[in-house]
Ligand binder design. Structure first.
Ligand SMILES: N[C@@H](CCC(=O)N[C@@H](CS)C(=O)NCC(=O)O)C(=O)O
Length: 219
């Protein structure tokens, strides 16, 4: 059996959970290596050798070390093209271009406001950090505008990049999961008919259900 790839970081991290969902979709064998962030293990010199920004996830496969969750996912889809969900990152240039476009939309337009809201609404209270109502309001408005674009797109196609579930949809799972499950702002998604339908469909995938289970177990 091939040596498992290594993922460093806790499944509760949105960026780590993105990589885990991709590994499960692709049916790639992996070893999850714990990084205790409250003890600052992501800032120690040995960790910085594989993740120079001192963030999770870090990743290793054979002789390559990688960071940035979306780059790791793209690598996994290319390297393990014939394993698991073969269409996850498209099988022809046209489909791939559309997946890349919506992956960029996730990283550039969806992630900035949604990650601020995840931090402010889900993590700050747990960490006993004071919430900033002005920041919450501003980012809620920004996210609403992004989701209006998604609402229109998802009225035209079942998933963001077309009729098949892809890496573009997968990349939205971590932040959306926290906003829907751990805050009172789930309506941003569920009040929009097409976005709500899409969220129900992508969050019901076995791969994501397994990631949520890992988060619950604190694996
Ligand atoms: N763009 C990076 C973001 C990584 C990131 O922000 N990780 C967070 C956890 S979700 C982290 O390590 N935070 C601790 C820190 O920045 O010190 C990716 O997608 O991998």
């Amino acid at each position: 059996m091939a040596t498992p790839v290594k993922v460093y970081g806790p499944p509760l991290s949105t960026a780590v959970s993105r990589v885990l969902a991709c590994l499960l979709e692709k049916d790639v064998n992996f070893q999850l290596i714990s990084v205790n962030m409250s003890k600052g293990e992501h800032k120690v010199p040995d960790f910085l050798k594989i993740q120079p920004f001192g963030q999770v996830p870090a990743f290793q496969d054979e002789e390559i070390s990688l960071f940035e969750s979306r780059a790791i996912c793209r690598y996994l889809c290319d390297k393990y093209a014939d394993k698991g969900n073969r269409g996850l990152y498209g099988t022809n240039p046209l489909v791939k271009a559309s997946i890349d476009q919506w992956l960029e939309a996730e990283g550039q337009s969806f992630n900035p406001p949604s990650s601020v809201l995840v931090f402010q609404l889900a993590f700050a209270p747990r960490m006993k950090i004071k919430q900033d109502p002005a920041v919450i309001k501003q980012n809620e408005e920004k996210l609403g505008k992004v989701l209006d674009v998604y609402e229109q797109r998802l009225g035209e196609s079942r998933f963001l990049a077309g009729d098949e579930f892809s890496l573009a949809d997968l990349s939205h799972l971590p932040n959306t999961h926290y906003l829907v499950s751990a805050t009172d702002r789930g309506e941003l998604f569920t009040s929009r008919k097409n976005v709500g339908r899409w969220w129900g469909e992508i969050s019901g995938r076995d791969s994501w259900k397994k990631v949520v289970q890992m988060q619950k177990q604190g694996a």
